[in-house]
Structure formats: structure tokens, C-alpha cells
Design a protein around this ligand. Structure first.
Ligand SMILES: NC(=O)C1=CN([C@@H]2O[C@H](COP(=O)(O)OP(=O)(O)OC[C@H]3O[C@@H](n4cnc5c(N)ncnc54)[C@H](O)[C@@H]3O)[C@@H](O)[C@H]2O)C=CC1
Ligand SMILES: O=C(O)[C@H]1O[C@H](OP(=O)(O)OP(=O)(O)OC[C@H]2O[C@@H](n3ccc(=O)[nH]c3=O)[C@H](O)[C@@H]2O)[C@H](O)[C@@H](O)[C@@H]1O
Length: 480
């Protein structure tokens, strides 16, 4: 019987392994983690992450062929295939700080695999890693190998949060990279056989190790670049009277461009886009390619510009100060259908508004007060380390309250900032909202979810990213 062990029970390890267990009933899958609270949550009725459809999948296989455990060494020792899906955050100190990937967690996992193994293993890179990481991992694994053969594969994950289960059930492709040696090819076939339980074989792409590693960074860079491109256009739309949704639709109907990932927004967030592009930039610099590095750096610069631009719009519209004014923040997660706040644009927008002394009332249907308080106090990049290594919960900020109802957040507010595109924000009773706000009442829509004309008819002053400006805003400076 094939036994799979996955090190790292996070947003990737948990859902991916649950789907493998569901689709391959004859394979035993154990997900292990050093974080006991996370494993306890995976074994409870309240899973540690919110992901549509995940509960169902876990319920169907947990206790049958899917297990969650803190007994990392035992399960690694017993497995034939070991996936490694641990954090690969951006380095905050030392060589490459602020750009390079911090491979501390990966290295410690690899050393542990080498120490506890008594049988041959396929070791699969599931985490996103710099190109050529497999070479370093191989050295760690084979340094003290005691006659055991380790074959390393790169199998990057392309799921997006909020649609993880659908993405895993029906992936655009599964990518497996391995050495072009007989052992490498044998390992590729073994992993391909796992995915072939439900993924058509023509969607399982097999490449060399470095192509697989680099393809993951390239895919995220290309996706993020599309968002920065459309966001750059949104600034020009506001300056010219064009409507970014119309521009996106017009260019997206060109089959060479395609319609997806062209929604202008307050900026992209999430645990990976920025981290992976910084990682790519660093690799380019290390390979003596500064022009290529600068090209990709610009994707992040435009994203930062977009977040600053949004804050400036809010402040300048409200008579150039938000000091002491209540601003309702609707949505804190980095996108809808997830409770994940890693690198969410809401953090930078909230910090910008707090910098101008606003009073924030924040509502998100999936994010807890504790998480928001931590996020607003955390240093850049600290969020991407395992929970037990993160700073303890800070004392709450008097300028910030977190509430569990959108109307509660809005009551007596001067302005509303929509920062996540949760469906419920489209369907609020905006007449009721208007009536309970200070006047003039402002709506700043960072996700283009509201019906701008309808809200203007009610009496709101509305700013919506990349849409023709309200006459109120036309002469206001909005320089980031
Ligand atoms: N979040 C996402 O949507 C995607 C993430 N990725 C990549 O997958 C990797 C993991 O990301 P997430 O699952 O989001 O991170 P996460 O932070 O949710 O999960 C990582 C887990 O690894 C555990 N861990 C760290 N070191 C360990 C060790 N030595 N032994 C046992 N457990 C250990 C941590 O406690 C944590 O629970 C990253 O490289 C990320 O770039 C790739 C595709 C999608
Ligand atoms: O490596 C990863 O971590 C993953 O990163 C992204 O997935 P994810 O970050 O979960 O979510 P996305 O749907 O890509 O959204 C990222 C950010 O871009 C924003 N976005 C997305 C699309 C768009 O048109 N406009 C836009 O602003 C979202 O609101 C969100 O803040 C990729 O889509 C996945 O393929 C990849 O596996």
C-alpha cells in the first residue's frame, strides 16, 4: 500500500492531501505539522481554514485513509512519498533580506527526513521555492544517506484560495518536474499515477526539475502582472473618464488576452504574489539580470501605488483629513470566500487611514478580531511564519473596533471603504445605510462591487476604482 505523508498542514497541505485521499481510497494519507493547535483543529469540527467544500471532503475521508498528526517523524519514516508543504516566507534578515525566500523551514524538514528515514523515499517539493532548491535539498538528503535513496520531485501547487477544492478537483494542469535519470523518471511516473486517479493524463505535465520550479514563480508573476497592468489602467481611466470595467471587457474579448484576471482592485494581496515576485527578482539579480529583475519589481511597485492611491482618494475626498472620523471598513480578507488575511491590501489601507488618525470600524464575515488586531500590529513579512513563531496578540488599538455586522460598522460613519468583494456587500440595503451615516456620506469601493449610479441617486458620494469620477472628486488631488 502506498503511504503518503505531507509535512505542513496549511492552506496547501490540508486541502491537497484531503483531495488526494478522497480520490485515491487505497492510499493512506497523513498530514503532519509541528503546530499542535492546527492539527487539533483539522481533527475537529472547526477546520483551521475556511474553504468552500473542504469540510465535506475532510468528513468523507478523515479516520479512513486521511489522518492529521503531530507525530511528524513516525509518519515520515513510514511513508513512500513525502510531500513538503511548509512555509517559504520572504527573508527579513541577512543576505537577500526583503527579497530572497527563507528556506529555514524547508531545510529543517529535509534534515528531519534524512534523519528518520529507513526506506527509500520520493520527496516532493509542494511549497513554492526558488529555482534550483531541489539541488540544495538533494544535498541535504543525500549527505548522510545510510544507503537510502531519495528521489526529489518538484510538484508546485496552483490552487487559489476560495476555490481550492474546485481547483484541485479540476486543475488546468498538474506539473511534475524530476531528474532526467531512470530513478527520476520512475518517481515522476509514481506521482503521475497518484494524480491520474482523477486528472486526465494529458493535463499532467512532466518537465525537468528547474522548469517545474521556475514555472510556479513565473505563473504567479504573470498573474500578478495582469492585475498590476489593469490597475495601472484604472488610474488612467480615472484621469480620462474611461471606465476600467469597459476597458477590461474590451481587451479581454481578444482571445490572445482572455477575460480572466482583469478586475481592477485596491491591489492584489495573498500570501504568495508579492513573496514569489520578490523571490523571482532576487534570483534574477543573483544571475546578473538586473533589467529582468527591475521589470518584475515594477509589478509590486504598481501594487503599492494602487493601495496608496486609494488611501489618498479617501483622505482628499473627505476634506483632506479623516482625523477623528469613523470609517467603516467592509472586508479584511485578501479576497472573498477565504478568511486568510496574509498580505491583504486591507492592512496597508487601514494603516494609511490610521496614519491620518481615522477611527476604523472593521467588519469581515470570516476574519476574527484577534487576527485583525495582530495584522495591524505585525511587521512586514512576519505573518508568513508558523503561528507559534508569530508575535503574541498585541493590545488592541483604540482607534480600531472590529464588529460582526456590516450595519454596525457603518452606523454613524462618515465613509465606507469596501476592501473585499464579499457578495453580501453588493446586496446591502444602501438606502438604510445612507440614512444611518454622517453626511456627506462617502463610499470608496476598492473592489467595484456597488452599483455606482444607484448609490449616487441615493445621495452617496462614490469613488469606485477606475470608474468615471464623481463630480465631487474631480478637482481633488489624488497623487500617491
Ligand atoms: N496558500 C496558497 O494558496 C498557496 C501556497 N503555496 C505555497 O505552499 C507553501 C505553503 O503555503 P501555505 O500552506 O499557505 O502555508 P501555511 O502557513 O498555511 O502552512 C504551512 C505549515 O507548515 C508548518 N510547518 C513549518 N515548518 C514545519 C516543519 N519543519 N515540520 C512540520 N510542519 C512545519 C507550519 O506550522 C504551517 O502549519 C508555501 O511555499 C506557499 O508559497 C502554493 C500555492 C498556493
Ligand atoms: O501560489 C499561490 O499562492 C496561488 O496564488 C494565487 O492564488 P490566491 O492568491 O489564492 O488568489 P487569487 O485569486 O490569485 O487572488 C490574488 C489577489 O489578486 C486579487 N485579484 C485577482 C484577480 C483580479 O482580476 N484582480 C485582483 O485584484 C485578489 O483579490 C487577491 O487579492 C494564484 O491564483 C494561484 O494559482 C496560486 O497557486
Amino acid at each position: 500500500m502506498v503511504k503518503i505523508c505531507c509535512i505542513g498542514a496549511g492552506y496547501v497541505g490540508g486541502p491537497t492531501m484531503a483531495v488526494i485521499a478522497l480520490k485515491c481510497p487505497e492510499i493512506e494519507v497523513v498530514v503532519v505539522d509541528i503546530a499542535a493547535p492546527r492539527i487539533n483543529a483539522w481533527n475537529s469540527d472547526h477546520l483551521p481554514i475556511y474553504e468552500p467544500g473542504l469540510d465535506d471532503v475532510v468528513k468523507k475521508c478523515r479516520g479512513k485513509n486521511l489522518f492529521f498528526s503531530t507525530d511528524v517523524e513516525k509518519h515520515v519514516a513510514e511513508a513512500n512519498i513525502v510531500f513538503v508543504s511548509v512555509n517559504t516566507p520572504t527573508k527579513t534578515q541577512g543576505l537577500g533580506a526583503g527579497k530572497a525566500a527563507d528556506l529555514t523551514y524547508w531545510e529543517s524538514a529535509a534534515r528531519m527526513i534524512a534523519d528518520v528515514s529507513k526506506t527509500d523515499k520520493i520527496v516532493v517539493e509542494k511549497s513554492t521555492v526558488p529555482v534550483k532548491t531541489a539541488e540544495a535539498i538533494e544535498r541535504i538528503l543525500t549527505h548522510n544517506r545510510k544507503g537510502i535513496n531519495f528521489t526529489i520531485l518538484s510538484n508546485p501547487e496552483f490552487l487559489a484560495e476560495g476555490t481550492a477544492i474546485a481547483d484541485l478537483f479540476n486543475p488546468d494542469r498538474v506539473l511534475i518536474g524530476g531528474r532526467e535519470t531512470p530513478e527520476g523518471q520512475k518517481a515522476i511516473h509514481a506521482l503521475r499515477d497518484v494524480y491520474a486517479h482523477w486528472v486526465p493524463v494529458d493535463k499532467i505535465l512532466c518537465t525537468n526539475l528547474w522548469s517545474a520550479e521556475l514555472s510556479k514563480l513565473a505563473a504567479n508573476a504573470f498573474l500578478a502582472q495582469r492585475i498590476s497592468s489593469v490597475n495601472a489602467m484604472s488610474a488612467l481611466c480615472e484621469a480620462t473618464g474611461a471606465d476600467v470595467s469597459q476597458v477590461s471587457h474590451s481587451i479581454g474579448t481578444d482571445s490572445r488576452i482572455g477575460p480572466k484576471f482583469l478586475n481592477a482592485s485596491v491591489g492584489f494581496g495573498g500570501s504568495c504574489f508579492q513573496k514569489d515576485i520578490l523571490n523571482l527578482v532576487y534570483i534574477c539579480e543573483c544571475n546578473g539580470l538586473p533589467e529582468v529583475a527591475n521589470y518584475w519589481k515594477q509589478v509590486i511597485k504598481v501594487n503599492d501605488y494602487q493601495k496608496n492611491r486609494f488611501v489618498n482618494r479617501v483622505v482628499s475626498s473627505m476634506f483632506n483629513t479623516v482625523s477623528g472620523k469613523k470609517i467603516a471598513v467592509l472586508g479584511f480578507a485578501f479576497k472573498k470566500d477565504t478568511g486568510d488575511t496574509r498580505e491583504t491590501p486591507a492592512i496597508d489601507v487601514c494603516k494609511g487611514l490610521l496614519g491620518d488618525k481615522a477611527k476604523l470600524s472593521i467588519y469581515d464575515p470570516q476574519v476574527s478580531e484577534d487576527q485583525i488586531t495582530r495584522d495591524l500590529a505585525m511587521k512586514k513579512f512576519d505573518w508568513d511564519h508558523p503561528a507559534h513563531l508569530q508575535p503574541l496578540s498585541p493590545t488592541s488599538n483604540k482607534q480600531v473596533s472590529v464588529v460582526w455586522d456590516a450595519y454596525e460598522a457603518i452606523k454613524d460613519a462618515h465613509g465606507i471603504c469596501i476592501l473585499t468583494e464579499w457578495d453580501e456587500f453588493k446586496n446591502l440595503d444602501y438606502k438604510k445605510v445612507f440614512d444611518c451615516m454622517q453626511k456627506p456620506a462617502f463610499v470608496f469601493d476598492g473592489r467595484n462591487v456597488v452599483d455606482v449610479n444607484k448609490l449616487r441617486e441615493i445621495g452617496f458620494i462614490v469613488y469606485s476604482i477606475g470608474k468615471p469620477l464623481d463630480s465631487w472628486l474631480k478637482d481633488m488631488p489624488a497623487v500617491a
